[in-house]
Design a protein around this ligand. Sequence first.
Ligand code: COS
Length: 379
Amino acid sequence: MDFAYNDEQKEIIKVVRDLVEKEIKPYALEMDETEALREGLLDKLAAQGLLGVAIPEEFGGSGLDAVTIAAIYEELGKGCAGTATTVAANALASYPVIIAGNHGLKKRYFDIINNDHLAAFALTEPGTGSDAGSVSTQARKTEDGGGYLLNGTKCFITNGALAEVFVVFANTRKGGGIRGLTAFIVRKGTPGFTIGKAENKMGIRASNTTELIFQDCFVPVANRLGREGQGFRIAMNTLDAARPFVGAVSVGIAEAAFRACSEYAKVRVQFDKPIASFQMVQAMIADMAMKIEGARLLVQRACWMKDEGLDFSREAAIAKCNASDVAMQVTVDAVQVMGGYGYMKEYPVEKYMRDAKIMQIYEGTNQIQRLVIANKTLY
Ligand code: COS
């Protein structure tokens, strides 16, 4: 068992950390307020290959292992979870193609991302959240059999207005249900495909979240991922792969909040002493440290299991659920340690607290994660 990053991983982490310190952290609040990435930031992220971390090398990506990807996302999470979400959505939208795309589709899809474009994963609908099998977007085969007409609305889609390509889940069976779920690749600008309203969110505000609307949108058979009815399994395998990365971003948020409130506690003087010298504050700091260390190890273990080709579905759910709960607890406590100042936008911890909340919700609520963990533990 080796707990250390290798030299290559250390070098990658250093490059990302420098980028975060210089280009992301100083502008995190500004991006939170303008609800957009700073001009030019996406190009800088793309120039470091961060949009294609999950894409295999043979298709022009960096083909990084999950442990390294998680380390990258933790660094991004320390700087701005909205930016991390924008970038991580590309990995989320890469997995269905890695899992089920044929060679030609992979080449076409990944060439677009490698050309510095964002991608999006579109499963959720107004009536479809935790019950992922209940997708009501329809994919009706055209009479000549050459393709499908997509009709329906997706919501809460990260990168909706920014992405060039989308993985869209629709139902090819009349009655709907899990067995009809099918995944398609749809390019921005395809007739019948429009971007709906952008959401005004509590946190991760630098990331873009929109509706997607499909009205008789023609998608050729060649853009179908796998077979009809394979969509649910593709979605589940994708979420398994991506959930540890939500855990990694959560660890980043928690670490940033922990550091901010620790530094503050050392200089904030009350009753003639730095508040860090008071045992009640020390207990909070110690609890935060334990939770963060544990969360990081669980994220790394889930990623390591994936890299080793082991069954990691349960560990992915554990990693995501635990780390996001930790991020919520730690950020709430960080605000508490900083008192009134923690509540103000002058300090970064209120943003960390808002950002942490979505980690418990997206890519499967923590209730669903507990369900997965319990089922995989009991049966
Ligand atoms: N990997 C592979 N296959 C899986 C799987 C996984 N992780 N989870 C379920 N399956 C398979 C099952 O084996 C089953 O296959 P068979 O019918 O061939 O036996 C099938 O999928 C249905 O499984 P199940 O009955 O458990 O499905 P449910 O409808 O009960 O849903 C949950 C399972 C709740 C786990 C699933 O709907 C889920 O993950 N929901 C959350 C969705 C989500 O994360 N949304 C976030 C939005 S996307 S960012």
